[in-house]
Design a protein around this ligand. Structure first.
Ligand code: SAM
Length: 471
């Protein structure tokens, strides 16, 4: 029985409800009055239900799709301005006891070298990341209670936060590790993590069981209920995601929105972020082996619909996608991107990009400086801001900042100040030149005069060597 308030995965992600939703969407995909009314509702910027959004996803009428895209662009501008938050993944260990059939770290893969960073190696990686200019990381690890127990993850987080190299610092560590217990989530919270990220991979239970044939991850309910345990453990920023390509995208989309509705219904706050990875080639993985790959067009439509369905939820895109695809979806709604990423364990300390322990092929292989330059060329402000969670603006407090309309007086100056730090400490001459001009122009877009004035003073202090200002 479908029940968004239930704590049982089978009830809040209910198979029958999804099938009925897809049927309803098919029946109404040309129902123009209904489609118009859903688009009108989306314009109120309060989001859409999984049923409403699924009708729009099924709709193939070109003028309606154009309307959806332009609304997504507008909502993106209203909520996130022209700021794009930058992060990098850091792979700690590829030891894994699971059998995920799409992931090269699966246990049966005997030919991939297994590697786990020592604390000395974590330090080296972090220094390499700081020297690129990164301030925000997402740590990644396989699931292996013996090789990567929670104590190991906590020790790594501790090491990461402790390293102060030149003007560098990692100010926010997000964590993407396997589903765990309330007690372990509490420990992660105490270690000062930002968002806890866990991809559902697929919401289709039957497929999930086949795609995760062995290991602890086989337990669909335990995995699907992880965000509730994370929230019970005190983590109030959680990040959802689906690995597109594994199952039918319309099924996944409905499941994803139902998950968001569930978090809102039970905890009073929706997901902080949604990631949209697609299956990629990797060591012994051929993405063509999965039947449900989606085109770039459908991918863009999904991103636009996520944007209008959950306006307060950030959207993340990784370097799995090419520059061209990233350009398109940044416009339609993505608010966070990774840059200069390496997806191998220990990859950042190597001169050349290593491939032996890579989790997937990286499509966008540009350096962070190139990514920053490219964003600014397109009129975006690359932001290295980590202020919200350090100021305690997490969960519903972050949501109320969004809803209060004060983002432009808070996130905008923070983006400019952290960009200034990047320009002073890490940028190439060319990037610096464009960035300085951008900061000057964007100062005028801070609405409150007082805030603008303080921001100007802080920028001057950054010029003189002082770091880490925030609103
Ligand atoms: N091991 C953790 C877990 O089980 O949730 C998470 C870390 S894993 C390194 C991060 C994510 O990479 C997975 O959740 C999966 O969605 C994605 N991934 C795995 N294989 C992939 C592939 N071949 N292409 C693209 N993404 C992949």
């Amino acid at each position: 029985m479908y029940n968004p308030k239930s704590l049982s995965a089978d009830e809040f992600i209910n198979h029958e409800e999804i099938l009925e939703t897809l049927k309803y969407a098919d029946e109404n995909k040309d129902n123009i009055p209904l489609i118009d009314s859903i688009i009108e509702k989306a314009k109120l910027r309060k989001g859409l239900t999984h049923r409403e959004a699924s009708v729009l996803l099924a709709c193939e009428l070109p003028d309606k799709i154009a309307e959806i895209y332009s609304l997504a662009e507008q909502i993106k501008k209203d909520f996130y301005g022209n700021r794009i938050v930058i992060f990098a993944p850091l792979y700690l260990s590829n030891y894994c006891v699971n059998g995920c059939v799409y992931c090269p770290y699966h246990m049966k893969n005997k030919h991939i070298p297994r590697k786990k960073l020592t604390q000395e190696e974590v330090k080296k990686e972090v220094i390499a990341l700081q020297d690129m200019g990164h301030k925000r990381l997402a740590i990644e690890s396989g699931e292996d209670p013996v090789n990567n127990p929670i104590e190991y993850i906590l020790e790594c987080i501790n090491t990461i936060y402790s390293i102060k190299h030149k003007n560098g610092a990692i100010r926010r560590v997000n964590v993407n590790i396997a589903a765990t217990t309330v007690e372990n989530y509490r420990k992660l919270k105490e270690a000062g993590i930002g968002t806890y990220i866990l991809f559902q991979e697929t919401y289709h239970k039957e497929s999930y069981l086949k795609l995760h044939p062995t290991g602890p991850k086989h337990d669909y309910n335990y995995h699907t209920e992880a965000m509730d345990r994370a929230m019970e453990g005190g983590i109030d920023d959680v990040g959802l995601g689906v690995l597109f390509g594994l199952e039918l995208y319309r099924y996944e989309f409905a499941g994803l929105l139902m998950h968001a509705e569930h978090l809102e219904a039970v905890h009073g706050v929706g997901p902080h972020t949604i990631s949209v990875p697609r299956v990629k080639r990797a060591d012994d993985i051929d993405p063509d082996a999965f039947d449900n790959g989606i085109s770039d067009e459908i991918f863009a439509k999904l991103c636009a619909l996520i944007r209008i369905s959950v306006p307060y939820t950030g959207m993340i895109i990784s370097t799995r996608e090419s520059q061209k695809v990233r350009e398109n979806v940044i416009r339609l709604g993505v608010s966070q991107i990774s840059g200069g990423s390496r997806t191998s364990v220990g990859g950042y300390s190597e001169e050349e990009r290593p491939h032996d322990t890579e989790q997937f092929d990286v499509s966008d292989q540009r350096s962070l400086d190139e990514v920053v330059h490219w964003l600014m060329d397109m009129g975006y402000i690359p932001s290295f801001c980590t202020a919200c969670y350090r100021e305690g603006r997490t969960g519903d407090r972050f949501m109320s900042l969004c809803k209060s309309g004060q983002i432009q007086n808070c996130c905008h100056p923070n983006a400019l100040m952290t960009l200034k730090e990047y320009l002073m400490d890490y940028a190439s001459e060319e990037t610096k030149k464009i960035g300085e001009a951008l900061i000057q122009a964007e100062l005028n877009n801070i609405p409150k005069e007082k805030v603008r004035e303080i921001c100007r003073e802080h920028l001057e202090k950054i010029e003189n060597g002082i770091r880490d200002f925030r609103f």
